[in-house]
Ligand binder design. Structure first.
Ligand code: LMR
Length: 334
């Protein structure tokens, strides 16, 4: 796969070299992602494509590749760094394995009380500082895109913490998510997003945590008997670009693309909640999965079981960062 990425990057570099001869050729932005087109991220990418091409008068062409068509989870960031693709919107959990562990703060269980808190964090100092940490990796962060709070799905009911005992639960590659599943008594299994449905179908995993829109568009309800609406964690994205590519753009083009990105961000963030609500309704209607909502007492039990994860991870993620994050999330100014 690395060879494939390098070859793709080389062909982009060659195209740049012959660029002056073909001055009329549009600048191509390959935007790769792992989810379905019919998700908040998928729709956001298409909105950016539409606006970027419109505002640049066709000087930029955006090619969107959904559903891990080009690269799976781990490979896509490497492909961006090598210049084989120019734009991605990986989930925030994907930056820990890249060495920017601070992003794992978003994965801590129950760290975000609601969407308003999310907005305060991503638009505030913590959000900006985190994006800046990507620059030494050759990556520029342009925006945060929302998805939503996670549900648990499985082949058995998950009401109490004890219900997770021994369940094999798919997670994204993240030390925090690993600790979270272990704290519940489950066995975490790291798998690429594109492999989850089949792993559920064949019993390689018993369940997973994900947003309703991701579960629905991957048809997980076809192969999962139970789901718990737990809102125990969050999935969102950072839209990122290859920094060298971005900084090398003519400044008028870059400004038009920034405008397109601002508007695509508002659009994607504006539809995320509705997309997830509708996904839950659609899965309920399919009738193949029993949905359960935690009672306040059950939620309290989950929170108690998961609190040690934050304590255990604080030296890794950063004690001060967690405190700052929680302060911004609460909206307190002192
Ligand atoms: C996952 O791997 O479960 C998600 O991060 C996929 C995504 O990009 O929403």
């Amino acid at each position: 796969m690395r060879r494939k990425i390098i070859l793709a990057a080389l062909s982009v570099a060659v195209a740049a070299l012959v660029g002056p001869a073909a001055a009329q050729q549009p600048i191509v932005i390959k935007f790769s992602h792992v989810v379905a087109p019919d998700t908040p991220k998928g729709k956001g990418a298409l909105k950016f494509q539409e606006l970027a091409e419109k505002y640049t008068g066709g000087k930029v062409k955006v090619e969107v590749y959904p559903n891990s068509q080009l690269y799976k989870d781990k490979e896509e960031v490497e492909a961006l760094q090598l210049g084989a693709v120019q734009m991605l919107a990986p989930s925030l959990a994907k930056f820990g394995p890249l060495g920017v562990k601070e992003f794992e703060v978003f994965d801590l269980p129950f760290i975000l009380p609601d969407k308003a808190a999310l907005g305060r964090v991503t638009k505030g100092k913590v959000g900006k500082d985190l994006l800046a940490k990507l620059e030494p990796k050759g990556i520029k962060g342009l925006a945060y895109w929302d998805n939503g709070f996670k549900i648990m799905t499985g082949n058995r009911p998950m009401h109490k913490v004890a219900d997770f005992q021994g369940m094999k639960m798919r997670i994204q590659s993240s030390k925090v998510l690993e600790a979270e599943m272990r704290a519940l008594g489950a066995i975490p299994q790291v798998l690429a997003f594109s492999e989850v449905y089949q792993a559920m179908q064949t019993g390689v995993v018993d369940g997973n945590e994900n947003t309703p829109s991701n579960c629905y568009t991957q048809k997980m309800h076809e192969v999962q008997k139970h789901a718990t609406i737990s809102n125990h964690g969050y999935i969102g994205y950072a839209v990122i670009v290859n920094k060298k590519f971005w900084d090398g753009l003519p400044s008028d083009i870059r400004q038009q693309l920034e405008k397109a990105m601002d508007e695509a961000t508002d659009y994607s963030n504006g539809i995320a909640q509705k997309e997830n609500d509708e996904a839950i309704e659609a899965m309920k209607k399919a009738g193949t999965t029993t949905f359960y909502e935690l009672t306040p007492a059950e939620k309290a039990e989950w929170m108690k079981a998961l609190q040690p994860v934050t304590d255990e991870m604080s030296s890794r993620v950063g004690k001060n960062l967690i405190a700052e994050f929680e302060k911004e999330a609460k909206g307190s100014t002192n």
